[in-house]
Design a protein around this ligand. Structure first.
Ligand code: HEM
Length: 462
């Protein structure tokens, strides 16, 4: 009886707060209980203790956590954008204008969404590089590497489908160029392209398809796979960093997640959020004039992250540029952790001292080779003209592809002759190809002008 009377006298808000907990504690110390709830939430995401060396910022650079933070910003701003956006060719562009000029903080929300999406792509790739260069994908983390690749592809897909939604010239033609790559997939290319576009070309059905993929399908898949990824990080724990001359640690000092890890995460997240909001307040997301399907801009470029592939298309037969080379690249990336069993290098930056030098050397070779080969193909060598008796899939496909493959294998053998170990050679080849691809992307962004001819960037000329 007395208990009932105390409960009814209890303020309503306090009773509501108490009812949220499954096992209510005495109602006096609310702050203490709030901390308890927060702490148990944190300990669902993190283990209760973590290895002290993994807290060093210069080991992870907070890149995985930053990816998560950007995913959160994209989720929140994306939901807000839904209130103003209409997914039809007649209304989409105007809804962007209205959002930017008549909705409170509409421009800022659009900017935050746009810059977070682009930054996420860069950050996820940097995170992948960090994991690769520290051997963070070695047993038992191989499967988590695969989950990571799935996340990377989803981030690209989310960026790509979102690109079309403003329905301006940039969006319309970048998606037209990007989706044209699909038609080169043998046998199924036409069907896949039609399914995605909802017809023979980019139009109203494409916008509906991209909208559904962008706001529902891709985010759901990402949330599911990211949760799995994080759960595996929690279970497998982070690879412990060490110097090349140190053996794998048998015992490492551990510290409690609260406050050691969590305080670092909160500070880092707040600083990053402040920078992101500052940048988005100053720099607007691009919006060109409304899409005009009958007027193609010159040059018509794909989105920046596909410009490496578009550059490859200028030099190789499309079947090789759009399918064989990216397909082989992705397959090699996926099987990488399963090949690395020759030496225990988990936690060692660049595998070894020699690995570090070889990686730096291979970066230079990769950049120089990409620039040299682009110039050679542009101004000197015309393989289809030299070999007119062969079909172009051979003269401009098999022939340059085989030559490139031989050069890569030759480079690997050369490094072995210099005494490099297998894992150092694999790392050097990875760096060579990655640096080459980034160089092609940079050429596509800065050095391609009207008619996709090579030009100097505007800033350099003026
Ligand atoms: C949306 C994308 C992603 C998110 C949110 C994410 C999140 C995270 C987080 C929070 C960690 C813990 C430590 C750290 O910050 O490095 C981590 C570790 C890891 N991630 Fe990711 N990640 C993503 C994409 C990727 C990609 C693209 C790969 C590789 C292809 C990858 C492979 C791994 C591996 C193997 C680990 C364990 C590393 C170690 O033990 O050293 N992740 N990830």
């Amino acid at each position: 009886m007395r208990q009932e009377i105390t409960q009814t006298r209890e303020p309503l808000l306090r009773r509501m707060w108490r009812s949220m907990q499954r096992d209510p504690l005495p109602p006096r110390d609310d702050r203490g209980r709030m901390r308890l709830v927060m702490n148990s939430l944190v300990l669902h995401l993190h283990p209760s203790k973590v290895a002290k060396p993994t807290l060093r910022f210069t080991y992870t650079f907070g890149l995985g956590g930053l990816s998560l933070l950007l995913g959160g910003v994209l989720g929140v701003t994306g939901v807000l954008l839904l209130f103003a956006y209409t997914p039809s060719p007649e209304a989409a562009y105007n809804s962007m204008l209205t959002l930017q000029t008549r909705v409170w903080y509409g421009q800022l929300i659009r900017n935050l969404h746009h810059w977070s999406a682009n930054l996420l792509l860069v950050v996820v790739v940097l995170h992948m590089l960090r994991v690769f260069f520290t051997g963070g994908f070695r047993t038992p983390r191989e499967f988590n590497w695969l989950l990571g690749i799935a996340l990377l592809l989803l981030v690209v897909a989310a960026n790509f489908t979102g690109y079309l939604l403003p329905w301006d010239q940039l969006a319309y033609w970048a998606i037209t160029v990007g989706t044209s790559l699909l038609s080169y997939i043998p046998l199924a290319g036409e069907v896949i392209s039609r399914l995605l576009l909802g017809g023979p070309e980019v139009g109203a059905a494409t916008l509906t398809n991209f909208y559904a993929l962008h706001i529902a399908v891709i985010p759901l898949l990402m949330a599911g796979i990211a949760s799995f990824h994080l759960w595996r990080v929690r279970k497998d724990t982070l690879t412990v960093p060490r110097r090349a001359d140190e053996p794998p640690p048998e015992r490492v000092e551990k510290v409690t997640t609260i406050p050691h890890l969590i305080s670092r995460e909160v500070v880092f997240a707040l600083v990053m959020l402040a920078l992101l909001i500052g940048w988005s307040a100053l720099v607007n997301a691009p919006l060109e004039e409304a899409a005009n399907p009958s007027h193609s801009p010159n040059p018509a470029k794909a989105a920046w992250y596909f410009l490496g592939l578009q550059e490859l298309l200028l030099h190789f037969h499309p079947f090789f540029a759009a399918i064989v080379i990216p397909g082989l690249g992705l397959t090699a990336l996926a099987v990488l952790p399963y090949l690395e069993s020759d030496m225990d290098v988990a936690g060692v930056w660049f595998r070894s001292k020699r690995g570090r030098w070889l990686a730096a050397f291979s970066t230079l070779i990769g950049v120089a080779a990409a620039v040299g080969l682009v110039l050679l193909d542009e101004f000197v060598l015309d393989l289809p003209a030299l070999l007119p008796f062969l079909p172009t899939i051979i003269s401009n496909g098999w022939v340059p592809f085989a030559a490139l493959l031989l050069a890569i294998i030759g480079y690997g053998e050369f490094l072995k002759l210099l005494g490099a170990r297998a894992c150092e050679v694999r790392q050097a080849l990875f760096v060579l190809l990655f640096a080459g691809f980034i160089t092609l992307t940079a050429i596509g962004i800065f050095f391609r002008g009207p008619g996709m001819a090579l030009v100097l960037p505007r800033g350099v000329l003026s």
